[in-house]
Write a protein that binds this ligand. Sequence first.
Ligand code: 2BA
Length: 108
Amino acid sequence: MKLVLAIINNDDSAIAASALTDRGFFVTKLSTTGGFLLVGNTTLLIGTEDNKIEEVKSVLKQFCITRKQKEVPTSSFGKGLHYNCSPGEVEVGGATLFVLNVDSYDKF
Ligand code: 2BA
């Protein structure tokens, strides 16, 4: 059993979660914030069997698009952190995936 943590763009989250649930995966959606841009993104938690990990990756590859995103140096939470940086653009994935081993999995 594995737990996939997939950090994806908010705009892709509904279609990606829906594609996963259509294929029988169980998905939890968390609202998260990237530490660099300090803007909202989405983290999906997907608990699944080892032999299904490639299918999860393939679905996320299909529905999560790489974008250019502007740095916002005056975002309220991050105000001051990038004070000396001029605003620029960064490429934001697609999806960033962590695949963790699960010691135990129960539902009561
Ligand atoms: P953010 O931290 O807001 O990062 C947004 C984008 O800014 C990144 O896109 C990358 O292009 C750039 N970036 C991030 N940290 C940087 C740094 N220290 N120096 C230079 N450029 C940097 P992605 O790599 O596609 O990451 C998208 C989001 O996925 C990140 O949002 C963060 O929430 C998460 N993430 C990515 N890698 C991670 C990691 N190793 N650990 C935890 N979260 C990660």
